[in-house]
Design a protein around this ligand. Structure first.
Ligand code: C2E
Ligand code: CA
Ligand code: CA
Length: 355
C-alpha cells in the first residue's frame, strides 16, 4: 500500500516481509526510481527521497508508534545526507526523547532567566587594542550545569525558541555596547550571532530591534550581526529585505565561519557585507599547512579589494597571530587574548589588554 499522508510525505506498507533485508532492497528500488530525471516542458527535474524504515511488531505495536518511529528514522536519513534510507533504532528514540526533554527545559530557561551572555574580545592586530567583542550565549541549566550553545542552539531553532532567545541576547549585547561605547572609544562594537531562522518570513524582530536601539539610545553602528554564508546563498527576497533593513539602519554585518560554506564573492558585494570572519579551521593550521596560509592570505586580499575588514577567529598562539599580521589581517579573536568571559570580567580584561 502506498499512501500520501500529507505534504511531501508518503507511507509505504509492506505486509508479510520475511526479513529486514527485503525492506532494504525495496527502499533501494524506490530511491532509484525517484531519482530518475524527468522532464517538465524544457526543464529537467531531479528529485531525491529520504526513507525511514520501522518493523512491526518489534519496533512498534500500533499505527501511531510505527509512524512516529518511521519518522525518526527518516530524519536520520536526512541527517545522513538524504537520498538514502535508515532503520529505526532505540538510539534514535533516545535522541528524540532527549530532544523533547531539552525543548521543555529550554522553555523553562526562557521563562526563568537561565541564560547569560559572555563576551570575547576582538583585538586590532596592529595596535593590540580591544575594539570589539563577540556576545556568546551561555545556559546555566539548574541540574545539568553549563550547557554549550553547540548543544542547544539547534534545538532552539527546531522548536522556535530561537526567537525569544535571540531577542534576549540582542538586547543584552545592545546594552553592553552602549556602555562600552561611552566607557572606551566611540566605534566600539559588539557582535551578535543571528540564526538564519530568525530571518524567516514571519519573523518581525528586525523592526523591533531597530526600535529598541532608538528607544534605548544605543548607536546602531555599535552592533554587528554575525550570519553564515548559507543565509545569503539560499536567501529569498523576504530574508534579504530584512538584512538590508538592518543595514540601512546602521547595523553592520559579518560573515561568520567564512570559508567553510559555499562562499560567493558576488554575494559579499551585493549585500554590502562589512566583515569576514576567517574560520578557526584555517587559523588552526596556519603555521603548519601552507595551503591554509595561502587560503587565508587570499581571503584577506580579496576582502580588502571588496572593501571588507577581516577578523581571524580561534587565534591561540603568538605564531598564528604573527602569520595573520604578515598576511594583512585586521582583527584577531581567540584564546591567545582571552576566552569568552562574563561582562563584569570583560571590563577588567580590557583594562589589562589595553594597558
Ligand atoms: P561561533 O560564532 O563561531 O563562535 C566562536 C566559538 O569559538 C565560541 O564557542 C568561542 O568560545 C570559541 N572560541 C573562541 N576562541 C577560540 C579559540 O581560540 N580556540 C577555540 N578552540 N575556540 C575558540 P561557543 O561560545 O561555545 O559557541 C559555539 C557556537 O554557538 C558559536 O560559534 C555560534 O555559532 C553559536 N552561538 C553562540 N552564541 C550564540 C547566540 O547567542 N545565538 C546564536 N544563534 N548562536 C550562538
Ligand atoms: Ca560568531
Ligand atoms: Ca565562527
Amino acid at each position: 500500500t502506498v499512501a500520501r499522508l500529507g505534504g511531501d510525505e508518503f507511507t509505504v506498507i509492506l505486509p508479510a516481509l520475511d526479513d529486514r533485508a527485503r525492506a532494504d532492497s525495496i527502499a533501494r528500488d524506490i530511491l532509484a526510481a525517484v531519482s530518475q530525471a524527468f522532464q517538465i516542458g524544457d526543464e529537467t527535474l531531479y528529485l531525491t527521497a529520504s526513507i525511514g524504515i520501522t518493523m512491526y511488531p518489534d519496533e512498534g505495536g500500533d499505527v501511531e508508534t510505527l509512524l512516529k518511529h518511521a519518522d525518526q528514522a527518516m530524519y536520520a536519513a536526512k541527517r545522513n545526507g538524504r537520498n538514502c534510507f535508515h532503520h529505526f533504532t532505540s538510539a534514535l528514540q533516545l535522541t528524540a526523547q532527549s530532544r523533547q526533554a531539552m525543548i521543555k527545559d529550554l522553555r523553562a530557561a526562557v521563562d526563568g532567566n537561565q541564560f547569560r551572555v559572555h563576551f570575547q574580545p576582538i583585538v586590532d592586530i596592529a595596535t593590540g587594542r580591544v575594539r570589539k567583542a563577540e556576545a556568546l550565549i551561555r545556559w546555566h541549566h539548574p541540574v545539568r550545569g553549563m550547557v554549550s550553545p553547540l548543544d542547544f542552539i539547534s534545538v532552539a531553532e527546531e522548536s522556535g525558541l530561537i526567537h525569544p532567545i535571540g531577542d534576549w541576547i540582542f538586547k543584552q549585547a545592545a546594552q553592553w555596547a552602549k556602555r562600552w561605547n561611552d566607557k572606551y572609544e566611540h566605534g566600539f562594537q559588539v557582535s551578535v550571532n543571528v540564526s538564519p531562522l530568525q530571518f524567516q518570513a514571519n519573523a518581525e524582530h528586525c523592526q523591533r530591534w531597530t526600535e529598541y536601539l532608538a528607544e534605548t539610545g544605543v548607536p546602531a553602528r555599535s552592533i554587528v550581526i554575525e550570519i553564515t554564508e548559507g543565509l545569503l546563498l539560499h536567501a529569498d527576497p523576504a530574508v534579504t529585505e530584512k538584512l538590508m533593513q538592518l543595514r540601512d539602519n546602521g547595523i553592520e554585518v559579518a560573515i561568520d565561519d567564512f570559508g567553510t560554506g559555499y562562499s560567493s564573492l558576488a554575494y559579499l558585494k551585493k549585500f554590502n557585507i562589512d566583515f569576514l570572519k576567517i574560520d578557526q579551521s584555517f587559523v588552526r593550521n596556519l603555521a603548519t599547512d601552507a595551503s591554509d596560509m595561502a587560503l587565508s592570505e587570499a581571503i584577506i586580499v580579496m576582502a580588502h579589494k571588496l572593501g571588507l575588514k577581516v577578523i581571524a577567529e580561534g587565534v591561540e598562539t603568538a605564531e598564528q597571530k604573527q602569520h595573520l599580521l604578515a598576511a594583512g589581517c585586521d582583527y584577531v579573536q581567540g584564546f591567545l587574548f582571552s576566552r569568552p568571559v562574563p561582562p563584569e570580567d570583560f571590563e577588567q580584561l580590557v583594562d589589562r589588554l589595553n594597558g
